[in-house]
Design a protein around this ligand. Sequence first.
Ligand code: SF4
Ligand code: SF4
Length: 466
Amino acid sequence: MPEKYHIKTSHVQPRLPRIGKFGVVDWREDCARCHNCVKKACIYDKYREENTFIRDLDEVHTLYYECMGCFSCIQNCTKNLLTMSINSEYKKLGNAYWTPQIFGTTWLEAETGKVPVSGAGYRGKFSGYGFDSMWTDMSEIVRPTRDGIHGREYISTSVDIGRKPSYLNFENDKLSTVLPPIISLPFPVIFDMTPEEHSLPVLESCILVTAKQTGLIAIIDSEKWKDIKLENKEDYLEYIAFYLHPNGHEITNDILSKTKLVEIPDSNGVRQQIDSIKKNHPGIIVAVRVPLNANASKRVDELSKVRPEVIHLVADSNGSEIGVENPRFIKDVMREIHGNLIKNEGRDEITLIAGGGVGLSEHVAKALICGADLVSIDIPLLIAIECRLCESCKPGDYCPAKLDKPIDLKYGAGRMTNLMGAWHWQMVELMGAMGMREARRLRGDVGRAMFKDELEEEIYGPIFRK
Ligand code: SF4
Ligand code: SF4
């Protein structure tokens, strides 16, 4: 049995007051001063914490929004003085895709490294946009996968990056096929470059430390390598995939030879560029970064003829096709691309990385089910360090999360590592419930999921279709 993958997590306190969802408004004028006031009975001790919070306040405009929303004090106050309120600052977080709920979950995961538990079940909508329009089939909670969740058996979240030969040749009982280089990643996630629209925070050092702590890989713009200030920074090279910027700073052969993966932008000369990298570094796997636009599916077909080892498809940050009037969501495009590659008998030759719109652990599993081998993430790492995804975010802008100044490495890497720890545990839970023991086998296994559009078509189509 392989060594168990485990991400070490520890509590990392937020730097700023939490932007919680609930607050309790307390109309003290009519208070009867009951001896057994309901506030003292708060099982989360929030009223006492609020007093301490107000005493140590740094900024006068900050309010205390840590109530857990159990309603106990509100229902039991003898004079009905207490009212639950929803924090308006919370409602303003993110955008239509990156909802306040995603922020709340990510912040909790980044702080504690634990799987968030919502208590009285899920009270949200039954389905929604994007990954919320598909459900994983959790009907297989049986041994031995349940044992995997409790650590008695092993559920592997490892995936491979690189070409897998479709068959092996043997001569005189000896393997004669030359095996291509392959990277085994312990979790199907790599860290992408910070998105252009949120270019204010400088996070490369935090992301690199996180990559090392989690055994994952971070894509780093080759332009930025010289500016990274880390002690013994060459020790991080095995966790880096340089994005070889077309007109950017050259990475020396010596540095490049210590990495395992590089990424190049898509162009007509992709094959020549791959060959030129491979000439000096035959052990390096080369990924081609392809924008997920209206042409993406056709482009993957064309590219598959020049046999790149990895294609990294990058949608916009909300997971939608880029530059399309009625964009499809990344999961639908991935299903199409995965299906086409199978038809052309080239699926195992190419590793597909899906980027854009992956914001929760369940999205990782869902992207794999739709045909990706692994996913790339960027925005969840920003949210982990309390970013609010403001509309304008560039050097010189006001940053409510104080990310315009360098952040403490221990804090940044600690929160990002915690996030990955929580995602890993959720992935194990999810796979256990699906009866899966191998993340590799999740790829394209649409039988483990239900899709809203298909169900509606199947059920209502025969009734309402003309
Ligand atoms: S609603 Fe519940 S958690 Fe919130 S302050 Fe009242 S008793 Fe505490
Ligand atoms: S909080 Fe806003 S300004 Fe600060 S880094 Fe995030 S998006 Fe940019």
